[in-house]
Write a protein that binds this ligand. Structure first.
Ligand SMILES: Cc1cc2nc3c(=O)[nH]c(=O)nc-3n(C[C@H](O)[C@H](O)[C@H](O)COP(=O)(O)OP(=O)(O)OC[C@H]3O[C@@H](n4cnc5c(N)ncnc54)[C@H](O)[C@@H]3O)c2cc1C
Length: 474
């Protein structure tokens, strides 16, 4: 018997572990709910609920292939190896298959599983599916990892010259597998877990592989051509909104690449440009995963640029709380933070603006913001979140130079020109004109009393951040 251990790869199409297991024998699946571990990793309640809904869809799809999916609870990773070993004994499993995960805790867990199962003569088969190019494949001439995106991207794109591997099909239905009726893990999958109660409506994020594929196809048909133009405008649905599905693995990045290349091959210049820009984002996604593997310190609360650990971050609890609540008095920042809390998602441009505001204007440790995002994002992903935060805070790879600090008012004027995004999430400003919203002086003169005054002077705080960073960067 083969066992597929599902993790963030909750799909049947283009799933290397599932495919290879089913090609070599009768297959059973397992997934572990690890609530204490997830709490320790600050996993958002909306992401946990999204994952549970995705798991339900996966179980149904696997049932159609006669592959039962056991869903078991182990509070944290430490007891997973023993539990897997018990399952292997109980079901006469000889081989276990999984797709690798790259953060340090997950790697340690997997190494412990390999060691325990090896002792029991059970073979482990590990595959890559998280990134388009497996970590280690895109490296400098001397074999070391890239630290800067642009040369990484150049090397990555050169791989495309060798062609793109075909997607692995959905496995054929196997002969029915009879499990004992008292077998652990066959009970219903809960809708939520104690301690993870989300206020984000489930309807915002319909789960499952079919929904992910539908979104991909819809975006490639309707959105790709305008992506270069619209992707930075938070008021419109100009991006794919596939990130939650990629985070739980309801769709593979390879599938996204295939579809984009297919549409690109048949499209005009706008489609080609849109496809190239979108693929660029998928390469950013790969880049941050490669960084996580090559520089494990980034998943252990350390900045990529170690010198920036000496930045004198401010202890400003009131400022942090105002930022979290979307009550900073800076409209675009407040709109973004409220979008995050209400929907579990925030537009990429606004993620950068809010992250830079916290780490530069408020000079609050970026790790606090990183954690808050993880606690609220439906697409929370350690590599992308850490990469995005460190980029914004100028502590990371390819960081924006520390003196390049977004002015949130100019950003809002440029990317939300009619202020419709701000008005959607900050209804207190609904009655104000565009000019009043985008001009600090006019906003101060006309803002309604229930909207806060800015918690920080943008010009002064910008200079303080530059001084603080200059001192550690030399
Ligand atoms: C401070 C900060 C925190 C972030 N945290 C996360 C996170 O936890 N999870 C997450 O998936 N993304 C994160 N991002 C990246 C990006 O904001 C989201 O991936 C994107 O907004 C998702 O929307 P989309 O699916 O419509 O993206 P699209 O524009 O349609 O892009 C397609 C896919 O490419 C990937 N992608 C796009 N931009 C980036 C990027 N800058 N870095 C890495 N991957 C990217 C995502 O998987 C995305 O789904 C963060 C960015 C910043 C600045």
């Amino acid at each position: 018997m083969n066992l597929v251990w599902f993790r963030n790869d909750l799909r049947t199409l283009d799933n290397p572990a599932l495919w290879h297991a089913t090609q070599s024998g009768h297959t059973l699946g397992v997934f572990y709910l690890c609530p204490r571990q997830w709490r320790g990793h600050h996993m958002a309640a909306c992401r946990v609920e999204f994952l549970l809904r995705t798991l339900n869809c996966l179980r149904q799809q696997l049932a159609a292939l006669n592959i039962p999916l056991l869903v078991l609870t182990e509070n944290d990773f430490s007891t997973v190896p023993q539990s897997l070993s018990t399952i292997c004994q109980r079901h006469q499993v000889t081989d276990i298959y999984w797709n690798d995960e790259y953060p340090v805790d997950e790697q340690r867990r997997d190494d412990a599983v390999v060691a325990l199962l090896q002792a029991a003569s059970i073979a482990s088969h590990r595959y890559h599916d998280r990134a388009l190019a497996p970590p280690g494949m895109v490296v400098k001439g001397d074999g070391s990892a890239y630290k800067v995106f642009t040369p990484f991207k150049r090397s990555w794109l050169a791989l495309l010259d060798h062609g793109v591997p075909d997607l692995l099909p959905i496995p054929a239905r196997q002969k029915p597998l009879k499990l004992p009726p008292d077998c652990d893990g066959l009970g219903p999958i809960p809708d939520s877990l104690p301690g993870f109660n989300s206020a984000v409506p489930a309807e915002l994020w319909p789960a499952g592989e079919a929904e992910a594929v539908r979104r991909l196809n819809h975006f490639c048909d309707q959105g790709l051509a305008a992506y270069s133009r619209d992707r930075d405008l938070p008021a419109i649905d100009g991006t794919s909104a596939l990130s939650p599905y990629l985070a739980v693995g309801a769709i593979s990045p390879q599938h996204c690449l295939h579809e984009a290349l297919k549409v690109r091959a048949n499209g005009g210049s706008e489609v080609m440009e849109g496809a190239d820009t979108w693929i660029n984002e998928l390469i950013w996604r790969d880049f941050y995963q490669h960084i996580l593997v090559a520089f494990p310190r980034v998943s252990m609360n350390k900045p990529f640029k170690l010198a920036t650990d000496a930045v004198p971050w401010r202890d400003d609890e009131a400022g942090f709380r105002a930022w979290c609540a979307g009550k900073t008095g800076i409209p675009i920042v407040d709109a973004g933070m409220r979008q995050l809390q209400q929907t579990g998602w925030m537009h990429n441009r606004v993620r950068m603006i809010t992250a830079m505001f916290l780490s530069k204007n408020l000079l609050i440790d970026w790790r606090r913001g990183e954690q808050f995002f993880m606690q609220h994002l439906v697409d929370g992903d350690l590599a992308a979140n850490n990469g995005g935060w460190q980029w914004s805070a100028s502590t990371g790879t390819d960081a924006a130079p520390y003196f390049r600090i977004f002015n949130p008012f100019s950003q809002a004027e440029r990317y939300d020109p009619d202020a419709s995004y701000i008005r959607r999430y900050v209804p207190e400003l609904e009655g104000l004109s565009v000019r009043q919203i985008h001009s600090p002086a006019q906003l101060a003169a006309s803002k309604p009393s229930q909207y806060p005054v800015p918690i920080v002077d943008l010009k002064l705080s910008r200079q303080c951040a530059i001084d603080a960073f200059r001192a550690v960067n030399g």
